[in-house]
Structure formats: C-alpha cells, structure tokens
Ligand binder design. Structure first.
Ligand code: S3P
Length: 429
C-alpha cells in the first residue's frame, strides 16, 4: 500500500496531456470485438480498468494485439464470442461489468462475472431488471442485485424501457443487448447521461436514432470495424482544471481533451464560479468533440448545483468539492445520491477526508454543503478509500494546504490515471 506526500504548491505552469478517456476506451474495445473485421484503436487508456475489459474480451475468444502502441482488435461479429472456460474478472470496473452483462445476456452460452471487493458490493439490479424484461436469464447474490453474476445467455426481444436513473452504463448495457435482440428497443432516460455509445454505434453503422432523452435501436445489423482515436479524459483533466484554478499564479494548458457536451458540466460549473477556463483548437474526431483547455488561477465564489447538470459532472464532484472549499461563500451539491454507489461511497469519503483537512463540509443524503474559506486547509494524513478519484481529489486539496498532506492507498490512481503523480510533479517544479 503506497502513500504519497503532497506539499503546498508553487504556481502550476506548463503544457500537459492527461490519461485517455476511460468511458470511450471501454466502449472502443467492446464494440470493436462485436464488429466484423479489424478495428484499430489509437491512444487507448493504459490503466487497470481497461486491462480488466481487455482481459474479459480475450477470455471470450477475442483476438486483441498491441502493435506500435495502438491496439488491433479482430471482431467476429455480433455472435462471434466464445463461451469462456473461466470466471470473467472485471476487477474494480463497474463499466466492464455492466456493459458485459448486456453483451453476454444475448450470447448463446453460460458465463459468470465477478469483481474485486468494491465492485462486488455495487448494485447490479439497474442492469439486470431491463435485461430480464428482454428475456435474459441472470442470477446474482441477494436476489440478483450483487455480483458475482451468472448469465445463461439466449434469444432476447426488444423492449421499450424508461430508466429510473440517468446512467450511461445502464443505457449501454441495454443497447448492447438490443444489438442481438429481436425487433426494436427504445430507451428513455430521466436526464441525459454521456452519449459515447450512441456516437460510436452510429459511426459503426448501427441503425440508431436519438431524439432528446429517447433512443431507438434496431437489432440484427452488423457493426463495421473502425479506426478510433481516444481523446484525453475530461474526468482526468478535471483534477488539473481545479488545481490550476485554486493554486495562485498558475497557468496551464491541457491538450487534446474530449469535450463532448454530456461531459463538460465541470467546465460550466467552474466558469460559473468565476474560473478562467478557455477552449482552443476545437475539432471533432470520430464523432467526438476535442479541444485544448487553457486555465489560469482565479478567485472563486460558491455555487449551488442539482438537476440535469449532475450526470454531466458526476465523476468530477469530489474534486469540485475542493474548489468549493476555497470559494467565497456557501456551496451545495444536491440530487447526487448516485455518488454513494461509485467505487466507494464518495459523499462519505470526500466529506470525511476534507473534514480532516479543516474544510467546513456537511454530508447530506444526496450531496454535501460547504462553507468556503472558513479555515485554511491543513495538511494531515488522509486516505483514498481505495478510490482513484478520491486519491486525486485529495492530492489537489494538498496543493493548497499548509504542511504535508499524506495520502494513504495512493496507488488507487492506477485504475484510471497511472501517470497522475508524474504529471503533477512535472507542473509543480
Ligand atoms: C460511466 C458512466 C457513469 C460514470 C462512470 C463511467 C460510463 O456511471 O460514473 O465512471 O463509462 O458509462 P453511471 O452509468 O453509473 O452513471
């Protein structure tokens, strides 16, 4: 178990890239495996969660090779997977497990999905319920809600489903099952979640229509193999957006970041708080928007957020709490109860750990309330709770704390951003 020591930072300066987009990387691997022919994926995220997806796909008989730092996947079509002769281990990755549950429900064989201690405590009913409505035979612990999951795949039928949660994982699991089901499937979301799956399926030639919060997909159409370029992950860039905003005198350029509007809630809220963030060199590659982001330090004011913005910045809320801690006045996050069922209970984790550093933060059932600038942050011993985003958020808090911040279980960053500590060191010199 590694600890990392963070000291109060000098101005952060320079030009960086960050880890590749985790959501797009999972999808590129899984969708390529279901396509027919050779797909080429450039800049795939090299981190533990994507290794979990690749490992599972290899155990399903998919040919995945690395050539000159690009990944080449030979897809065998929608029915080209093979029955695995071992349990599929999704590690810490909820996206791997939920997306594969959708894929495997519609394959003509038996499979079992498991995960690490954290993942095996995360709810799966949200994907199991719609898949059962499609005719899938699925079992799991505690009445089917928790992994390990046992899947007896078979013939499914299209459904018309209104999801109670705005979850891209649920949406994508249904879309993946729908590709192999009979007839048309319609999905409705309460709010718009990230739409990388819709973009990728359309680019691969699937018959998919999106109309506001509704999606319609026709089954049975083969996907065409593609060449992908995965953009930098805005969820990884978020740590540096906040860091450069709150460390006085900072000026940072973060290059090649995915700025799909279903993901840019963090930029909008930081700007609303008074952050100085500009997008340059905007372009669209493979149906996804990309840009370079320039951020300079500025004074922030408190903000209240809830509603449709929440799914557009759900993974950034722990680091947004750090920005709120140094903002003038009170901030509040509501309707973010989903945070409690991520890699850890992120509401409890961030409130507990920032509280130890002297932040006036109150835990609410569905969010938190922060009185900004109440007290100078103090460097103390804190813990990541084994959660990559909590580890990186605490590192950002450490940059403005007096004294040493010691982050326990710092190796958690390897889940999504293995070079995080090196990147931080590079701009702190
Ligand atoms: C993801 C969707 C979100 C997000 C997660 C990645 C995805 O989860 O929090 O980190 O790639 O589809 P939910 O679908 O549970 O909201």
């Amino acid at each position: 178990m590694d600890s990392k020591i963070i000291l109060k930072a000098k101005p952060l300066k320079g030009e960086i890239t960050v880890a590749a987009d985790k959501s797009i990387s999972h999808r590129a691997v899984i969708f390529s495996a279901l396509a027919r022919g050779e797909s080429i994926i450039k800049n795939l995220l090299a981190a533990e969660d994507i290794q979990s997806t690749c490992r599972c796909m290899k155990n399903l008989g998919v040919d995945i090779q690395e050539r000159n730092s690009t990944l080449v996947i030979k897809g065998g079509g929608l029915q080209g997977l093979k029955e695995p002769n071992r349990v599929l281990d999704c590690g810490n990755s909820g996206t791997t497990m939920r997306l594969l549950t959708g894929v495997l429900s519609a394959q003509p064989f038996f499979s079992v999905l498991t995960g690490d201690h954290s993942l095996n405590q995360r709810p799966m009913r949200r994907v199991i319920e719609p898949l059962q409505l499609m005719g899938a035979e699925l079992q799991g612990r505690q009445g089917g809600n928790y992994p390990p999951l046992a899947i007896k795949g078979g013939k499914l039928k299209g459904i018309n489903y209104s999801s109670p949660v705005a979850s891209a994982q649920v949406k994508t699991a249904i879309l993946l099952a729908a590709l192999n089901a009979n007839g048309v499937t319609e999905i409705w979301e309460p709010e718009k979640s990230r739409d990388h799956s819709e973009n990728m399926l359309a680019a691969m030639g699937a018959s998919i229509q999106v109309d506001g919060l509704g999606i319609q997909i026709q089954s049975g159409q083969e996907l065409s193999a593609l060449e992908f370029l995965v953009p930098g992950d805005i969820s990884a860039a978020a740590f540096f957006l906040v860091a450069a905003t709150i460390v006085p005198g900072s000026e940072l350029k973060i290059c090649d970041i995915g700025v799909n509007p279903t993901r840019t809630g963090i930029i909008e809220v930081l700007q609303q708080m008074g952050a100085n963030i500009k997008l340059e060199n905007q372009r669209t590659i493979g149906g996804e928007k990309m840009a370079d982001i320039i951020v300079t330090a500025s004074q922030l004011k408190g903000v209240k957020i809830e509603g449709e913005i929440i799914p557009r910045l759900i993974d950034e809320l722990p680091v947004l709490a750090v920005a709120m801690a140094v903002a003038e006045g009170e901030s509040e996050v509501r309707e973010a109860g989903e945070l409690r069922i991520k890699e850890t209970d992120r509401i409890a984790a961030i409130c507990g750990e920032l509280g130890k550093m002297g932040v006036a933060i109150a835990e609410l059932e569905d969010g938190f309330r922060i009185k900004g600038k109440e007290q100078q942050l103090q460097g103390v011993r804190v813990d990541s709770h084994g959660d990559h985003r909590i580890a990186m958020s605490l590192a950002v808090a450490g940059l403005i704390a007096e004294g040493e911040t010691i982050i326990g279980n710092a190796e958690a960053v390897n889940i999504s951003f293995p070079s995080f500590w090196n990147t931080l060191e590079k701009i702190s010199r």
